[in-house]
Design a protein around this ligand. Structure first.
Ligand SMILES: C[S@@+](CC[C@H](N)C(=O)[O-])C[C@H]1O[C@@H](n2cnc3c(N)ncnc32)[C@H](O)[C@@H]1O
Length: 328
């Protein structure tokens, strides 16, 4: 795989790259050894998973992307009035960086853009596309799991930071984890920073389920792809056709869940270890928590962020928040 990572980040990239596979093996073995089997959702995003996610964002049923893009297009000008010149834009879980283009077109004179993602291919593709569109912008991707501490480059230490966390990726974490993550972002970005964050809202269950179980089966392919990844990277023996994609709303937890349900009694070997699945047994692959605006404001408060503004669409499908650390 050819990498086009900023040389100043090679150290991060190399060390994180080695960790990714060890992390993957550890997470899969641990997750499949549990009574309720699971794999953390970040492992859905290998090269193919990142491409499939982009396809999902284009689907009719998948309202979050087009709604968030519209909110950003309509309101970015209001946000940027307060941003300082010479800031560094740091995006967590940047994926294709398509939404970032809206900010890059509007933000005043950025010092650099630092996209952070677990998917090296998504970062490569985004950097290649953005370099053509914004040739004067310094783009310095970091391959990292943002749940764990990673260092921003020394050259941006003194620059004010603007954090960007779109796509409702915050919803992939339990509320307690989301609070921990936002606390860590506040420390990393600093007291003078701003954070622009997209959050999916609670709504009609049918609409939610359709968004995670589309008619064309792209989300099913995205979910099942994690089994192919285990087979390829961890010497696994999953019969992918022996599992089916299931998406359901968990009312008690306020979250959409994605599972892979075993169609039969079967055994799988991974790195020489055997795991048994009963017919109907579930492998839990993703949570996506849905919030009311007030519930999310409470999460931000508890994580030490002051809400400066919130925008929602007419149907109240999605919300975009502008926040600053409450440092004093
Ligand atoms: C729901 S997608 C959102 C992509 C893009 N930000 C958007 O709004 O369309 C989640 C993105 O976050 C990345 N991601 C998920 N968990 C991550 C983690 N723990 N650390 C770094 N990146 C992560 C995935 O690779 C993927 O690109």
């Amino acid at each position: 795989m050819t990498q086009t990572i900023d040389t100043q980040n090679d150290h991060h990239f190399q060390s994180n790259k080695i960790n990714v596979n060890q992390d993957f093996a550890g997470a899969v073995l641990k997750g499949l050894s549990s009574k309720k089997k699971s794999i953390p959702s970040r492992y859905l995003y290998d090269a193919k998973g990142s491409v499939l996610f982009e396809e999902i964002t284009e689907l009719e049923e998948y309202y979050p992307t087009r709604t968030e893009i519209k909110l950003l297009e309509e309101n970015t000008r209001d946000m940027v009035g307060q941003f300082p010149e010479g800031a560094v834009l740091v995006e967590f879980g940047s994926g294709s960086s398509r939404k970032t283009e809206i900010l890059l077109r509007t933000l005043p004179h950025l010092k650099a853009y630092i996209p952070v993602d677990v998917s090296p291919t998504a970062l490569d593709d985004a950097k290649a596309r953005l370099t053509k569109k914004f040739p004067d912008l310094r783009i310095a991707p970091i391959v990292a799991n943002f749940m764990e501490p990673f260092a921003l480059p020394d050259w941006c230490a003194d620059a004010p930071k603007i954090g960007f966390f779109p796509g409702s990726t915050i919803g992939n974490f339990k509320p307690s984890e989301a609070i921990g993550l936002l606390e860590y972002f506040a420390q990393d970005l600093g007291c003078s920073s701003r954070l622009i964050l997209g959050v999916d809202l609670k709504k009609d269950e049918d609409r939610l389920v359709a968004a995670y179980d589309d008619r064309e089966g792209v989300t099913a392919e995205f979910n099942l792809n994690v089994l192919t990844r285990v087979n390829r990277e961890l010497d696994g023996t999953f019969d992918v056709s022996g599992f089916r994609h299931v998406a359901r709303y968990n009312e008690n937890e306020g979250r959409m869940e994605m599972h892979l349900e075993s169609r039969k009694d079967q055994s799988v070997e991974i790195l020489g270890r055997r795991f048994d699945f009963k017919k109907g047994e579930s492998l839990h692959t993703e949570n996506s928590y849905k919030y009311s605006v007030q519930e999310f404001h409470d999460i931000g408060d508890r994580a030490g962020w002051e809400n400066l503004a919130t925008w929602t669409d007419e149907e109240s499908l999605f919300s975009v928040h502008l926040m600053t650390p409450a440092c004093n």
